[in-house]
Design a binder for this molecule. Structure first.
Ligand code: CU
Length: 286
């Protein structure tokens, strides 16, 4: 059950969690495969939900991944349903790191892009949503770059802006966008603001002790002259902390990007389905 109370409690507790220098995402230990390959996904659960132990983990199986089978874990009950696998009834303490594994096969005709396996982590009535990614090739960044016509401000072109729907109690949301600098001087994304969040941060992902972690970029993000920087699931991203309302599929989330040279640029992130890996196909091939 998702209750209003738990959301309030979560919001109150959020400050201490995010004050930590790095906040680990749920990710795959082994995030690469290829079309037609069998794959054993090992998900790393790095922490509970704001101090509470984890008692249920559900993996939503994306299209193009067949014969998904969860591996048994002692003390947990397995459940496989339409489009998902789930472990429930066990308990992982907040400070313990645990893995959950499953197997399956990527379709021969799967696109060579990053495939998201949306994961729901439950601690009692609190839910967190994660977007661990398996990369099937090099096509991901291109797919984003071509996803949407861009906004041009000075030397910068900003395109493919999207985010993803959030679960009802999720404290944070991501933001993804492609920024191209056609000028001959570097610019820098210093900051971002949104009415949906009191604190929009710029995050990077890095592997620390075999665990993928994200951390804030304190000096912002350089956009080198003549280069394209892509904020995308599993990589650099905007993080909307302590969001004031859920991101709803089909709506938009406004955000103002503040650049050192180009100034403030207001864009709208199109809210895609929970777990979407990029803009929906309807926007491609314009
Ligand atoms: Cu982040």
């Amino acid at each position: 059950m998702i209750s209003i109370l738990s959301r309030a409690a979560l919001a109150a507790a959020t400050v201490s969690v995010f004050a930590a220098p790095a906040f680990a995402h749920m990710t795959f230990q082994n995030g690469t495969s290829a079309p037609g390959e069998s794959f054993r996904g090992v998900l790393i659960l790095p922490h509970g939900c704001d101090g509470a132990p984890t008692d249920r983990v559900r993996v939503n199986i994306p299209q193009g991944f067949a014969d998904a089978q969860a591996e048994a874990k002692e003390g947990w009950t397995l459940d496989a349903g339409e489009g998902h696998i789930e472990w429930s009834g066990g308990s992982v303490a907040d400070d313990a790191v645990e893995t959950f594994a499953f197997t399956g096969t990527f379709a021969q005709d799967a696109h060579e892009v990053d495939i998201v396996f949306p994961v729901e982590q439950y601690c009692g009535d609190v839910a967190l949503g994660w977007d661990p990614v398996v990369s099937l090739g090099e096509g991901g960044a291109d797919a984003h770059a071509h996803a949407q016509d861009g906004v041009t401000v000075g030397d910068l072109t900003i395109s493919g802006a999207f985010t993803r729907a959030t679960l009802p109690n999720a404290p944070v949301g991501g933001g993804y966008v492609t920024i191209t600098n056609t000028g001959d001087e570097a610019d820098r994304l210093l900051d971002a603001q949104s009415s949906f969040s009191p604190d929009v941060q710029i995050h990077k992902m890095a592997v620390v002790n075999d665990v993928m972690q994200m951390s804030q970029l304190p000096d912002g993000l350089e956009i080198p002259a003549g280069e394209t920087v892509t904020l995308e699931p599993g990589g650099l991203h905007l993080m909307f902390m302590d969001i004031s309302q859920p991101f709803v599929e089909g709506e938009t989330v406004p955000v103002t990007l503040s650049f050192e040279r180009a100034g403030d640029v207001e864009i709208e992130l199109a809210v895609q389905a929970f777990g979407a890996s990029g803009m929906s196909s309807g926007h491609e091939g314009h």
